[in-house]
Design a binder for this molecule. Sequence first.
Ligand SMILES: *Cc1c(COP(=O)(O)O)cnc(C)c1O
Length: 423
Amino acid sequence: MKYFNSRAFAEEQDQKDPLHQFRDQFHFPIDAEGQPKIYLCGNSLGLQPKQTSKYVQQELTDWAKFGVEGHTDAKTPWLTSHEDLSAPMAKIVGALPEEVVIMNTLTVNLHLMMVSFYKPTQKRFKILIESDAFPSDKYAVESQLKFHNIDPEEGLILWEPRKGEHLCRHEDFEALLEQHKDEIALVMVGSTNYYSGQAFDLKRIAKRCQDDNITIGFDLAHGAGNIQPNLHDIGADFAVWCTYKYLNSGPGSIGGCFVHQKHIKNQDINRFVGWWGHNKDSRFNMRVGFDPTPTADGWQLSNPPILSLAGTRSSLDLFEKAGFDKLREKSIQLTGFLEFLIDELDDTSISILTPRTPEERGCQLSIQMKNADRSLFDQLTAKGVVADWREPDVIRIAPAPLYNSFTDVYEFVQRLKHCLHGN
Ligand SMILES: *Cc1c(COP(=O)(O)O)cnc(C)c1O
C-alpha cells in the first residue's frame, strides 16, 4: 500500500475501510473539550463495546428474576455459559473448540499449565524464557522453579537480544536450544513481546522444541486478538492469554487457556483440580473420585464469573462479525501508516524498536525517545493522546483495527510532532 502524509489521505482510507463502522460500537474516553481522545492503548486495556452493558445487564436481570435457577433458566444458562465461548475463542487463537477454555486470569492459568506441563527431572529441569518477558511471567516461572526446589539462577535460561540490539533473533534461540537441549524441560515465551512489539515465529519455535522433545507453551497476552497464532497446527502444548487487552472484554476480565488435543484426554497428566473440571455428567454427584472432562474444560477449578463471561461474549460477538482476516489486513495497513508517518517526521531523536516487516509484528509500534524523559509523554497525554510509557524511554502505540482509524493515527503523529518541537 502506498501512503501519503496528509489528513485527506487518512480520511479517504477511513471511508474505504470495510470495518470503519465498528468504531461507532465502542465508547471512547472524552477529553476536557468533550472530544474523543486519541486512544492507542488497546494493548493495555481494550475499549468498552457499547453493547457490553446490554450483555451484563441481561445477567443481572436473570439473576434478579431467577436467583439460583439462572444456572438453567438464564437466557444464557450459567451452567454452560463458558462452553459456547470456546468455539469463537478457538478461532482467535487457531485451535479446536475442545482445546480452549475460558477461565481464571492469565497468571493463574500460567501456573496451572506449569503444574501440568513443567515436569523437571534431575537432568532436565531448566525453563527458557525471553529475557524481557513481562514481569508477571518471569515471577511465575521463577516461583515454579523454587516450588521444585530449583534455584532460579540455575534453572532459568534467558533468550536475549544481542548487545546493542532490541530484538531477539531466532537463530540465537536455536543456538541456545542446541547448547542446552538436554537440560531444558520447558520453553515458555510470549507470542508478541509486550515491550518491543516483536512477534515471534511460533511455528519455528515450536518445531525446534518438538525436534528435541521439549514442552512448549506460549503467552498470548499481546497476541490474542492481534495475530492469530495457529496453536493447533504448530503443535503448541499449552497457551494462556488475557481478554482485556486486544479482546476488549473489560478490566481484569477472565482469561483464556489452550491445551493441545494430544493432551486433553490424558488422565495421567498431573493437575490442580476443582469441581468444575469434573466430567459434567457426574459433576453434581459430589462423591465419586475426580474424573476430568476430556477437553480443556478439564483444567477448570471453579464455576466461572458470569459477569466477566458476559463482557467476553459481547466482545467475541464483535470479532465474529468483523472477521479476523479482515482485521489483520486492516491492522497491517494501519500500523504501516503509523510507521510511514513516524519515518516522515525525520527526527533523529526517535526510533522504532519494533521490527519493520509486518510478519514480525502485530499492531503495536514501540517508539524509543532518545534523550527524552517522561515529560514528553505527559505532554502527549495533555494533548488527549492515550498511549503507554515504559521506562526508561519507550512509548508504545497500538492502533487496534477494530476501533482505531487512519485519522487517529494521523492525528497522533501531528500531536507528537508538536510535542517534539515544543509547541
Ligand atoms: C498483561 C500481561 C499479563 C497480565 O497478567 P494478569 O494475570 O492478567 O494480571 C501477564 N503477562 C503478559 C505477557 C502480559 O502482557
